[in-house]
Design a protein around this ligand. Structure first.
Ligand SMILES: Nc1ncnc2c1ncn2[C@@H]1O[C@H](COP(=O)(O)OP(=O)(O)OP(=O)(O)O)[C@@H](O)[C@H]1O
Length: 238
């Protein structure tokens, strides 16, 4: 099944505040889509709704045509990284993953495979609370990869990674997309994703202000960074 991620006319109100206003875009298989916007633009709010962790006021957010809560094996459809690894501090890395695998019907052999894949094979017995920030990021990614999902949804996944780690993550995401997977990752730093993304969705003040292939969005600007600032600064000419 094709794991297109489709956000359609998503609205989120918190009290009187409109956090998301008619947000619509798609992340398509075989491509890396960067979801960009300044702090507070509404990126996490959108991803949380897509992953079934919050409800929309109206509109839809679908994984392969279905809302997250209707997926039969959610971790096999979409792997995600939101804030923190979610692991209890006293739980060892491998036990944390084994527990997630067990509760989602995923084969235990995947635990060692993903630990290897994210470079944590030597830390399999380390308690989550003793992992460095970067290693914690890698553990989150290991959990996201456990179910061999076609789609990856990552909220600021490189927070805490050193330059080597960032390069490793880029390669991993490129390989995932090259194998036909869908990658949607959020960032508030255009520089972080400029060389990585195929498509950009730019959010500002809860609205999509631009979306499309990087080359299209950067057209007419010296750099993609210039385009991003023009698109996201209030009062700037678009
Ligand atoms: N649980 C909550 N209760 C009330 N307001 C919230 C809540 N979560 C987010 N918000 C508000 O919704 C708006 C969008 O926040 P969100 O975290 O989605 O933005 P973001 O683009 O992910 O920002 P960042 O880059 O800083 O992570 C912000 O104004 C934020 O203060």
């Amino acid at each position: 099944m094709v794991r297109m991620l489709t956000i359609d006319a998503l609205v989120k109100r918190r009290g009187a505040r409109v956090v998301l206003s008619e947000v619509s875009f798609q992340a398509t298989p075989g491509r890396i889509t960067a979801f960009l916007g300044p702090n507070g633009a509404g990126k996490s709010s959108t991803l949380r709704i897509l992953l079934g962790l919050d409800r929309a006021t109206s509109g839809t957010a679908l994984v392969g045509g279905r809302p997250y809560h209707e997926l039969r094996h959610p971790l096999r459809a979409v792997g995600s990284v939101l804030d923190g690894s979610g692991a209890h501090r006293s739980r060892r890395a491998a036990h944390h993953l084994a527990w997630i695998a067990r509760s989602n019907g995923i084969a235990q052999r995947r635990v060692d495979e993903v630990l290897d894949q994210v470079g944590l094979a030597d830390s399999r017995k380390t308690k989550a609370g003793r992992l460095s920030l970067g290693m914690g990021c890698r553990l989150s990614l290991a959990a996201a990869l456990l179910g061999e999902p076609e789609a990856l949804v990552l909220d600021e996944p490189s927070n805490g990674l050193d330059p080597d780690g960032i390069r490793w993550l880029r390669d991993l995401l490129r390989d995932h997309a090259a194998a036909g997977g869908t990658v949607l990752l959020s960032s508030h730093q255009i520089g972080e994703v400029a060389q990585l993304a195929d498509d950009l969705v730019v959010l500002a003040g809860g609205r999509v202000v631009a979306s499309g292939p990087c080359a299209e969005i950067g057209a007419g600007h010296q750099t993609l960074e210039d385009a991003f600032f023009v698109l996201t600064q209030p009062g700037e000419q678009r």
